[in-house]
Design a protein around this ligand. Structure first.
Ligand SMILES: Nc1nc2c(ncn2[C@@H]2O[C@H](COP(=O)(O)OP(=O)(O)OP(=O)(O)O)[C@@H](O)[C@H]2O)c(=O)[nH]1
Length: 350
């Protein structure tokens, strides 16, 4: 089946620092009927694909969601993923989606993503830059802007700034964050994720356009200029960021795990940029999703079902200046010590 008279499909970029609420916003977007006919590309950071696992409706690398969206994981180059998507659309293997949303990783520099479309001769015949939607966490946002250049870049190139977690932050902090964002990016519209009246469709560039004249969005125009500005003297410097994935095959004791995580974040929260995972807890049929961002631990969420056959507990940590190998040893010592296969004294006697 061939698609008729295609225009240029807008590619919207959903970005924002680690744990700032990109996936949470994306889930809302995916369930909004206004976003039927949307293809969503999800990127991953870390050794195992937890982003992918944590979207409960996903099964495999490319799925059709009930809402009419196509959802895929980007494994290699973004340009390849976009071309693949377009070719499947043309061949009628996918519904004729009208727009794309890419969820970037929390540490992504938005500029290469935006320039991918402009730079690629094939892509620029089918796609155009849509909106950059940037989530900023009200609890951790100011500190992240002070410390990480990526956070500044993500905010500076945004067409839409979405402040999340205002329900967890005091009003003064939220106002200070707003003022800071306004200085970095006076033109973007600024909304609160918790606002009951938030019109999600106003965040993305929704329209397929027929003429090339429309083929440049403000972010496409101003991107390089802005990046130079926010990279100027006095801007935060890149630090040592690494990720570590942990895996435990035996069910985990929630109390032991909770204690270990609390101790870790009390002591090193500033250096634990993000922790997320899926846990197989002792005595629980369903998996539990855990999320933390620096000192903030979000309430654990019981998921409906395991997303795949794999029943192991899996955690990904993104660390700044903290030794992942040490963290792994501490986790293993702690969790294994609390759930020995046989009593240690018996094991020693054998
Ligand atoms: N209370 C509250 N929690 C939120 C809000 N937005 C997101 N969260 C929680 O913050 C945690 C991280 O949210 P995600 O949506 O996974 O963040 P993310 O930006 O996709 O994370 P990464 O992909 O790891 O960078 C989760 O536990 C969410 O439930 C909000 O507005 N209020």
């Amino acid at each position: 089946m061939m698609i008729e008279a295609d225009g240029f499909l807008p590619v919207n970029l959903l970005t924002g620092f680690l744990g700032s609420g990109k996936t949470t916003l994306l889930k809302r977007i995916l369930s909004d009927p206004a976003f039927a006919d949307t293809a969503v590309l999800i990127n991953e950071f870390g050794e195992i694909g937890l982003d992918h696992d944590l979207v409960e409706t996903v099964d495999g690398e490319m799925v059709l969601l009930r809402s009419g969206c196509v959802c895929c994981t980007v494994r290699g180059e973004l340009a390849t993923a976009l071309k693949d998507l377009y070719s499947k659309r043309e061949r009628g293997l996918l519904p004729p989606f009208r727009r794309v949303i890419i969820e970037s990783t929390g540490l992504a520099d938005p500029f290469p993503v935006l320039s991918t479309i402009k730079a690629d001769p094939v892509l620029r015949h089918h796609f155009r830059a849509g909106n950059v939607i940037t989530t900023v966490d009200a609890v951790n946002g100011l500190r992240q802007l002070d410390t990480y250049i990526e956070s500044n870049r993500q905010a500076a190139v945004a067409d839409r700034l979405v402040i999340t977690k205002t329900d967890l932050a005091d009003d003064r902090t939220t106002q200070a964050l707003k003022a800071r964002l306004r200085t970095l990016n006076p033109d973007a519209s600024l909304v609160m994720a918790t606002d009951a009246d938030l019109d999600l469709s106003s965040l993305a560039d929704m329209r397929e356009k027929a003429s090339l004249g429309d083929n440049l969005s403000p972010s496409g125009f101003y991107c390089e200029e802005w990046l130079q500005l926010v990279s100027a003297d006095g801007a935060p410097h890149q630090t040592t960021i690494s990720s570590i994935a942990l895996r435990v095959d035996r069910p985990v004791d929630w109390t032991a795990f909770g204690l270990w995580l609390t101790m870790l974040l009390n002591r090193h929260g500033a250096r634990v940029l993000r922790v997320k995972g899926i846990l197989n807890l002792k005595g629980e049929e369903r998996p539990v999703a855990v999320h933390g961002v620096q000192h903030l631990v979000h309430p654990p969420v019981h998921m409906e079902a395991w997303p795949s056959e794999d029943r192991a507990s899996r955690l990904v940590f993104i660390l700044d200046g903290l030794d992942g190998a040490l963290l792994k040893r501490s986790f293993e010592a702690f969790t294994l010590a609390r759930m020995p296969p046989v009593a240690p004294s018996l094991a020693a006697a054998q």
